[in-house]
Design a protein around this ligand. Structure first.
Ligand code: ADP
Ligand code: MG
Length: 725
């Protein structure tokens, strides 16, 4: 007998030939199958007698097969199967193209239900084209088993699922019907009183309704129930994290005002008021013996690095180490160069650590790196401050991972867990349970309320003021007809001494859906990288051959080794190349002041916030800069692209993006580790508020959730999922 945990592979009722397709959809177990949710429904609830159907209506009819005919279309010689179906009131024909196997399964006298739209047949009568079909028993209707309705393909609301080649919605529906009973009586993570209060059914009933709803209202409520559960788990996780954070003190780091003054006057520019204010907020936080948890948010180019550098300087001066993390090696290296420039005069020792290099032994004060800093056994002597750039790329998950690791180490130091082979050399000053202050930086402008719901109770510093003396970037949409002119303009600009970025179109992950991508992990990611490499090489070759044979064109993509990447960028920075063709790796942080052109191919494929990020790569020097948005096809999504042309404010664009595409796209589902639907729900403040209140109520009643074992188990699974990516 199958259970929810049974692997579909082990079930004889599951055809071997669909196993690869199931795998592609990330469906391994019966549970996975039942949680593969429909994306919409076909409405076949309009059941009629054949004599009553009207042209153009969507309808479901039942009858007996009178005739079966196999043939070819007159024009294109397509294979076709035609039947005539009759009931007491009349007859109607139905035609299927390209489905020869149907002819074999239809027999005269067989009882059948058909559903679809009524069209005019070539002979003038009424007809179905490629309708849904379902065999009925001789008694006219199928036996309903305990959970699923009798007819699942042609009657009522019919679920349409995310499909993949070789696995249609029809097939999925059949599988769901077959195994739905495994969910019967399954444990429900939501405590009963919560369910009652919100009018939610038990989980087995919810699944039944989602796959085979009686009406759309019921389906929507069932979905809301699942979403509610995810949001609740998310909030519980945040609350747990927060209470864990509160348990440990942080080292109070006194702010050395004198050194801050010296630092400020050592800079080649004067700080904006927003930068001064943020530095004050951060250093004030660090003086406390409770861990800072602050997000520094500011548009591209608003000068976040120098603010973080000031905080790092203060920490180092007080005898602490600082970990400074960036999302990519390129950015880590760039931060290293920047920080070295501005901090070395203050006797701060820096080290760069990426997966491929250790520039100096990590006896340094400030250790710059990628998240390899979390994953590897980096030994900190006295970690006082952690700075994470482009925080949304690290996500809640990694942040938790970092804290966890430190926690573990301090435990090891105390000798609680001697057998662990984790590094035990992590020593924190004063107390074994101190954890570092945490500063994250993000150029993705998140509305404050949303930041709070996503990241829990963090504090926010806003850089809402751009450094003066910066020319804006002129942005233009380039229809295909204007390409020649644009290329000529770029050539002139390069002749004048400028440089250009060319960003290649975004490529969709080979597997649809975050879950599927997540499960197949490496291979999916690998395929994506290969596809990106291909486009980059193709575009480089095209430009070099057809457009700019006279210019030097370099390229940057995910397949290059870090050293090669850095060499390419260094060349570009030194103006040894004129044009850099790249994937979205240049999205964040790359700082090349001499570049004045940003050409984005396939611009409609990117989110507004992302386009704005690209645009932020230019306009960093004294010269006027330009951003060209080249859509793949004429007129695609110009409303969105026009928003980028008209709006130069990242915060405004983010809000527009939120409205147009939802939060998932804004943050990047894979980056944040939070599913798109959760992010989308975050923009529903009322729902979030009620979930939050519920989560707090539960924690208050049972801080470790022992009263709610099913919920507690679900939370563990949920956290594991997030921490994995
Ligand atoms: P982001 O916020 O995008 O990380 P950066 O920290 O990279 O921005 O800063 C962008 C550029 O602006 C850098 O070259 C930096 O030196 C410069 N910059 C930072 N603050 C100021 C300021 N107050 N006045 C002028 N230039 C500044
Ligand atoms: Mg930056």
């Amino acid at each position: 007998m199958a259970t929810l945990a049974t692997s579909l592979e082990q079930l004889p009722r599951v055809s071997r030939k669909i196993l690869p397709a199931l795998k592609r959809l990330g469906i391994a177990t019966v549970r996975d199958l039942l949680f593969h949710l429909p994306m919409r429904y076909d409405d076949f609830s309009n059941e009629k007698m054949i004599g009553d159907v009207r042209l153009g209506e969507q309808v479901s009819v039942a009858g007996m097969i009178r005739r079966v005919r196999v043939g070819r279309t007159a024009k294109k010689h397509m294979g076709l199967t035609e039947i005539t179906l009759e009931d007491e009131t009349g007859e109607i024909s139905a035609v299927w193209f390209h489905q020869p196997f149907l002819a074999r399964s239809f027999k005269e006298g067989m009882r059948l239900r058909l559903a679809g739209r009524i069209v005019q047949s070539p002979s003038g009568g009424l007809s179905f084209t490629n309708p849904a079909h379902e065999r009925l028993t001789v008694f006219g209707t199928n036996r309903a088993d305990s959970l699923a309705p009798a007819e699942i393909h042609t009657s009522g609301l019919v679920a349409i699922y995310p499909e993949t080649e070789g696995l249609s919605s029809r097939w999925l529906r059949y599988l769901v019907k077959t195994f739905l009973e495994c969910s019967y009586g399954m444990p429900d993570p939501l405590p009963e009183d919560l369910r009652t209060r919100h009018g939610f059914s038990a989980l087995d009933e919810v699944l039944r309704t989602i796959h085979f709803p009686k009406n759309l209202t019921a389906a929507a409520l069932a979905r809301r129930r699942l979403l509610y559960e995810k949001l609740l788990l998310f909030q519980l996780m945040a609350l747990k994290e927060r209470s864990r954070l509160k348990q440990y003190p942080a080292p109070p780091i006194p702010a050395d005002v004198e050194i801050l003054k010296k630092f400020t006057s050592s800079l080649p520019f004067s700080l904006t008021n927003a930068q001064r204010r943020s530095i004050a907020e951060i250093t004030r936080d660090m003086e406390k013996s409770k861990p800072m948890n602050r997000l520094l948010e500011g548009d591209v180019g608003s000068g976040k690095t120098v603010v973080a550098a000031a905080a790092a300087l203060v920490a180092v001066r007080a005898g602490y180490q600082v970990a400074f993390m960036a999302p990519t090696e390129i950015l880590a290296r760039q931060h290293f160069i920047t920080l070295e420039k501005i901090l070395t005069p203050f006797n701060v020792h820096l080290a760069l650590m990426t997966s491929s290099e250790r520039r100096r032994p990590p006896a340094a004060h400030v250790i710059v790196g990628t998240h390899a800093l979390i994953q590897k056994n980096v030994r900190f002597r006295s970690l006082g401050l952690v700075v994470v750039d482009e925080q949304h790329r690290f996500g809640v998950a990694q942040r938790a991972a970092l804290l966890k690791k430190e926690e573990l180490r301090s435990k090891n130091d105390k000798g609680e867990n001697k057998s662990s082979n984790h590094s035990t050399s992590f020593k924190i000053l004063h107390s074994e349970f101190l954890i570092p202050h945490f500063l994250s930086m993000s150029a993705t402008p998140i509305p404050r309320t949303m930041a709070l719901t996503i990241y829990g109770d963090l504090d926010l510093s806003l850089l809402d003021e751009m450094p003066a003396a910066r020319k804006g970037v002129k942005t233009e949409i380039v229809p295909p007809g204007d390409r020649a002119r644009m290329y000529e303009f770029i050539r002139q600009e390069i002749k004048r001494g400028g440089q250009a970025f060319v960003v290649c179109p975004r490529i969709d992950p080979p597997e649809e859906g975050g879950e599927a991508t997540f499960r197949t992990g490496v291979t999916g990611q690998q395929k994506l990288i290969m596809a990106e490499v291909k486009t980059v090489i193709k575009e480089r070759d095209r430009l070099a051959r057809e457009i700019f044979p006279d210019l030097r064109i370099a390229m940057l993509h995910g397949k290059l080794k870090p050293a090669e990447k850095e060499k390419t960028l260094a060349h570009f920075r030194d103006r040894a190349s004129d044009i850099l063709v790249a994937t979205s790796v240049i999205e964040v942080g790359v700082d090349i002041p001499n570049a004045t052109i940003m050409l984005i191919e396939g611009a409609e494929r990117f989110g507004l916030a992302q386009l704005h990020q690209f645009r932020g790569r230019v306009g960093r020097g004294r010269e006027q800069s330009y951003c060209f948005l080249a859509p793949t096809e004429d007129g695609t999504e110009t409303r969105r692209l026009r928003a980028v042309v008209e709006c130069t404010n990242g915060f405004e664009l983010a809000e527009k993006d939120l409205a147009i595409r939802g939060a998932g796209e804004l943050f990047g589902t894979r980056q944040s580790g939070v599913s798109e639907e959760i992010l989308a729900a975050m923009s529903d403040p009322e729902l979030v508020r009620s979930v939050r209140a519920d989560a707090m109520g539960l924690i208050k009643k049972s801080p470790d959730l022992t009263t709610y074992p099913d919920l507690s188990r679900a939370l563990t699974v949920f956290e594991h999922g997030l921490h994995w990516e």
